[in-house]
Design a protein around this ligand. Structure first.
Ligand SMILES: *[C@@H]1O[C@H](CO)[C@@H](O)[C@H](O)[C@H]1NC(C)=O
Ligand SMILES: *[C@@H]1O[C@H](CO)[C@@H](O)[C@H](O)[C@H]1NC(C)=O
Ligand SMILES: *[C@@H]1O[C@H](CO)[C@@H](O)[C@H](O)[C@H]1NC(C)=O
Length: 300
């Protein structure tokens, strides 16, 4: 789960109706971090009501399953850098140029993923000075191709704000991002014009749903926000932000939140942590059934 990173949104108790939004995208958990990737990936483009317009996968190249999906735009990410920079190579820049040459419609790219955070939490842990140098070498030239550049997406902490200040001072006026991706950790205070990863982690289901509804309404309404994606495209039993934020149940079915995100109806599929969680949530009802099955098994 290297890329899993907790993020939270404000819980405001307002009932809203989710409406379709052309801003809405998908944060794809890469196959190596998502054991159910191959089985679950189709649901986001074929589910009821689905019309998500863009996605990112923390990588430079498109996700195989979505390569030929019209209207589902891939947004590459310049995730991180080796310690000390790339020593002359420009793999990110080369890859994007190549894709554009091959006819991909790349309109936006995302900068470093949580460069102020440690690897342990799936962050890219880059010194601001290295990031500034790499930005100038590998991001800035993409402007020639009309690509819009997303600033490094720092963690929503004071350390993140300090990192970004250091980054811009090392840039010395030569880094010109077009938009600022924001990761949420609890409040809407730091809202900028694109939100790429958020969720309300480790809360009970109703609280999570309220927060989800309210967040979607704000994100859709606020014109400064041009795109957003919800962090939850995985099964509840593999979630590290709590089962209730997940858009799929432990069996891979759309949860209410998953379906609402696609503009579909409530599914009443309750996400659980694991089968142990299912048993706990059943308040004893399922436990009896399981015991009966086990008894039957031993008798046979
Ligand atoms: C490229 O994508 C943008 C945004 O999704 C769209 O507005 C534009 O028409 C597309 N261009 C081509 C050539 O498909
Ligand atoms: C920053 O940019 C200014 C103006 O281009 C230049 O004079 C100065 O030497 C630069 N500073 C560093 C540390 O590169
Ligand atoms: C969330 O919004 C959906 C409609 O999109 C609505 O059916 C549901 O009751 C809302 N839930 C909460 C907890 O606000």
């Amino acid at each position: 789960m290297a890329f899993f990173r907790c993020a939270a949104a404000a819980a405001l108790l307002t009932l809203v109706t989710a409406s379709s939004s052309s801003k809405r995208g998908l944060c794809v958990i890469p196959p190596r971090d998502n054991p159910h990737h191959a089985k679950d990936s189709a649901i986001w483009t074929t589910g009821p009501g689905s019309h998500l317009t863009w996605y990112y996968n923390y990588g430079t190249t498109p996700t195989g399953e979505y390569k030929n999906t019209p209207g589902f735009e891939f947004v590459p990410m310049f995730w991180g850098a080796p310690e000390g920079g790339f020593t002359g190579d420009t793999p990110f820049l080369d890859s994007i140029r190549e894709q554009i040459k091959d006819g991909s419609n790349i309109t936006h790219v995302l900068g470093f993923n949580e460069p102020d955070g440690s690897f342990e939490y799936g962050a890219s842990n880059i010194p601001a000075q290295v990031a500034a140098e790499e930005w100038k070498r590998q991001m800035e030239p993409l402007k020639e191709h009309g690509v819009k550049l997303g600033a490094p997406a720092v963690t929503g902490t004071p350390a993140g704000a300090t990192w970004l200040q250091d980054f811009f001072s090392h840039c010395n006026g030569s880094c010109n991002p077009d938009f600022l991706p924001v990761h949420f950790y609890g409040t809407f205070e730091a809202l900028a014009n694109r939100v790429t990863e958020w969720g309300y982690n480790h809360q009970d289901l109703l609280t999570t749903q309220h927060a989800f509804n309210e967040s979607i309404r704000m994100l859709d309404d606020w014109s400064k926000i041009t795109r957003y994606s919800y962090f939850g495209a995985f099964r509840s039993d593999t979630s590290n932000v709590g089962p209730n934020s997940a858009m799929l149940t432990e069996e891979g079915k759309l949860t209410d939140i998953g379906s609402w995100y696609l503009d579909g109806p409530a599914t009443n599929n309750i996400p659980h942590n694991s089968w142990a969680g299912v048993l706990r949530a059943s308040n004893g009802v399922i436990k009896v059934a399981v015991i009966l099955i086990l008894v039957g098994y031993f008798v046979v």
